[in-house]
Design a protein around this ligand. Structure first.
Ligand code: CP
Length: 391
């Protein structure tokens, strides 16, 4: 399906009885629109941006790390969304787009992954590049080669390096781990390496996920996505997961001027998001007329919601093990929560979801409400945009 935001203008040229080109005003309603031309040459469709708007921002982002959305402006995030939609459109009509031909992306996964691994691997392939996947045990990191030395090596052989790392104790065998240690590794790598470092989930953020999520909201709500009430909430699961998703959604919502309600049980230091992220998000939202609010009751948060996006996280696994179960019933998202939401509201989850703990089977499988699989697919398009713009 073509993106809903594509509006075809009637400008066409006829040559020899066949349509030679079609101009389309691509109005994504996320800042500005631009004109693209689809033309048929020698039986092959090509898409050209007629206004060159994207090029200005493209040049600025080349070589930039994609570690934290705090490092990105509204214009840059909107460019990623526009390029993602453009690449999705090219995919839809079978237009090759080998923008990274001959380039190599390294992907280091310190923990399992389905969506991130598949989407990055397919994405770099569709862009004409090559992907290499490894875990820390397959590199000399297993023998304690330093991150600094590893950073030098990746610069010598690769054009981009994507990394998933969020707990140095459980994933790297470190003696201790504190919140923020994984981020320090990513920042350290970025300091040494002369290629862009892409965050595939650390202990603070999951920026690739959130760009795919917002692309999905743009597709579902078009011009109105910034006005919608997005509930970014906690859900119960016994596993203590990274707070990367809610923290990134909060700052992305702030930078873009969205209306985000953060919902989590009242356990300070465990389920509330990092105060630095909350403060950044609130300040950024104020500047653009958006809002970031906090609600500790999921039933109240669901009232008037347009998106209910709830997943498990915990900043203190020990506290979570003791306190979490008391919230299991109320914070298992079901059709009852959607009875309080707006009629066209959608359910989102970054996946994998713990069925009948974080969400009921009936809800996540309800095609009228659940958009989790469209959301997952948009990881591909968003990450291709991130790679194409930064690598
Ligand atoms: N949402 C997400 O990051 O999925 P994976 O853990 O499967 O990559």
């Amino acid at each position: 399906m073509l993106p809903e935001a594509v509006i075809a203008s009637p400008r066409t040229a006829i040559r020899g009885g066949a349509i030679f080109y079609i101009d389309i005003a691509l109005a994504l309603n996320i800042g500005f629109s631009f004109l693209i031309r689809i033309q048929r040459k020698n039986g092959i469709y090509q898409i050209n941006n007629q206004q060159g708007v994207l090029n200005m921002i493209t040049r600025r982002m080349k070589g930039k790390d994609f570690i934290s959305l705090m490092d990105y402006s509204r214009e840059e995030l909107e460019t990623i969304l526009e390029v993602a939609a453009y690449l999705k459109l090219q995919n839809a009509i079978g237009q090759p787009h080998e923008l990274l031909k001959g380039k190599n992306l390294g992907m280091l996964f310190a923990s399992p992954s389905t969506r991130t691994r598949l989407s990055f691997s397919t994405g770099i392939d569709q862009l004409g590049g090559n992907g290499q996947v490894y875990n820390p045990q397959e590199l000399q990191l297993a023998h304690k080669e330093t991150w600094k030395d590893t950073g030098e090596m990746i610069s010598r052989f690769l054009d981009g390096f994507a990394i998933r790392l969020y707990n140095l104790k459980t994933q790297m065998g470190a003696e201790t781990y504190e919140y923020g240690d994984a981020r320090k590794v990513l920042r350290g790598l970025a300091e040494t390496a002369r290629i862009p470092i892409i965050n595939m989930l650390d202990d603070k953020e999951h920026p690739c996920q959130i760009m795919g999520d917002i692309l999905t909201m743009v597709e579902k709500f078009g011009v109105d996505y910034k006005k919608k009430k997005v509930v970014m909430g906690w859900a119960y699961d016994d596993r203590a997961k990274s707070p990367g998703v809610p923290q990134t959604m909060a700052i992305a919502g702030g930078i873009l001027g969205m209306n985000i309600t953060l919902a989590y049980p009242p356990e300070e230091g465990c389920y509330d998001i990092d105060p630095e992220y909350l403060a950044f998000a609130k300040k950024a939202a104020q500047a653009l007329g958006g809002s970031i609010t906090v609600e500790n009751d999921i039933w109240k948060a669901s009232e008037g919601a347009d998106v209910i996006y709830c997943k498990s996280w915990a900043r203190q696994p020990d506290v979570h093990a003791k306190k979490g179960p008391q919230y299991a019933e109320d914070w298992c998202i079901s059709h009852k929560h959607f009875e309080k939401a707006n009629p066209q509201a959608v359910y989102m989850h970054c996946l994998p979801a713990k069925r009948n703990k974080e969400v009921t089977d009936a809800l996540i499988d309800d095609p009228a409400i659940s958009i989790v699989n469209d959301e997952a697919e948009n990881r591909l398009h968003a990450q291709k945009a991130i790679m194409a713009l930064t690598m």
